[in-house]
Write a protein that binds this ligand. Structure first.
Ligand SMILES: [Fe+2]
Ligand SMILES: [Fe+2]
Length: 251
């Protein structure tokens, strides 16, 4: 079963460490009147994640399945979840719904969110932020919980290894390390550095999140605005400058 940690009130981190990738995969469950799961995890982890969710709520009551972008760890097991939770609808960006999710994956039409739209789950309100190409993919979006100021930030602040569930210490340095490492191998250019990168991270910083709930690595509790500004510097340095190019020049 995935490891469970309550990282903010009613927000549970469900984590599995996969040694071959040296990486944690976390999903987040919001326990509320309309329970929300953010990230499904890949299909291979469905049984472990389901067991963890079932220890917290009746799985059949799951109402929303959110994710940032179209990728196995974000939404790969969406159909499995929709089979065990007959009222569960996907919630993603309008682009995600229109371009991929309704056609390729969801058993029922997804709720496509516009930038700034709010999803109310009961006690909690989640602001949807369209963040194209941040962390990556056109359809990318994030959710921000307004009461406890938690940013569900997907691949942002990605850290390697099997770290602690929650930390108050630096996660940006750890993220820089793994980005530098990835630049040397087949996972180079994990995230694009584009005209939207800096402004999007600045916009997220302006929300002043207190908790950064990342998919890979430790959740950060502290000055989220500063962490996001620091992350913007790291992205510019590692991904926007002298990043290793993976294409060879014609001879
Ligand atoms: Fe991703
Ligand atoms: Fe991911």
């Amino acid at each position: 079963m995935a490891q469970i940690t309550e990282v903010a009130p009613d927000l549970f981190r469900l984590t599995t460490f996969l040694a071959p990738f040296n990486l944690q995969f976390s999903q987040f469950l919001v326990r509320d009147e309309q329970p929300l799961l953010f990230h499904t995890g890949p299909r291979a982890l469905f049984a472990e994640v389901k067991e963890a969710v079932a220890s917290l709520i009746d799985v059949r009551t799951l109402r929303w399945i959110g994710f940032s972008h179209f990728e196995a760890d974000e939404c790969g097991s969406l159909p499995d979840w929709q089979q065990v939770a007959p009222q569960a609808d996907a919630v993603c960006s309008l682009v995600g719904k229109m371009v991929s999710v309704d056609d390729c994956l969801a058993l029922r039409p997804a709720k496509g969110m516009a930038d700034g739209e709010v999803l109310q789950t009961g006690r909690y309100r989640f602001q949807f932020l369209a963040t194209p190409h941040v962390p990556h993919c056109w359809e990318s979006g994030l959710l921000f919980e307004e009461t406890h100021r938690t940013l569900l930030c997907s691949d942002l602040f990605h850290q390697a290894g099997n770290g602690e569930p929650l930390t108050h210490s630096d996660v940006v340095g750890r993220c820089r390390e793994v980005l530098m490492e990835y630049q040397q191998g087949p996972l180079a250019n994990y995230m694009p550095y584009c005209t939207l990168t800096g402004p999007t991270l600045a916009r997220l910083a302006a929300l002043q999140p207190k908790t950064l709930a990342t998919m890979h690595g430790s959740v950060y509790a502290g000055d989220g605005a500063q962490a996001l500004r620091d992350l913007a510097h790291v992205f510019r340095e590692v991904l926007g400058g002298g990043a290793t190019m993976t294409t060879s020049s014609p001879s």
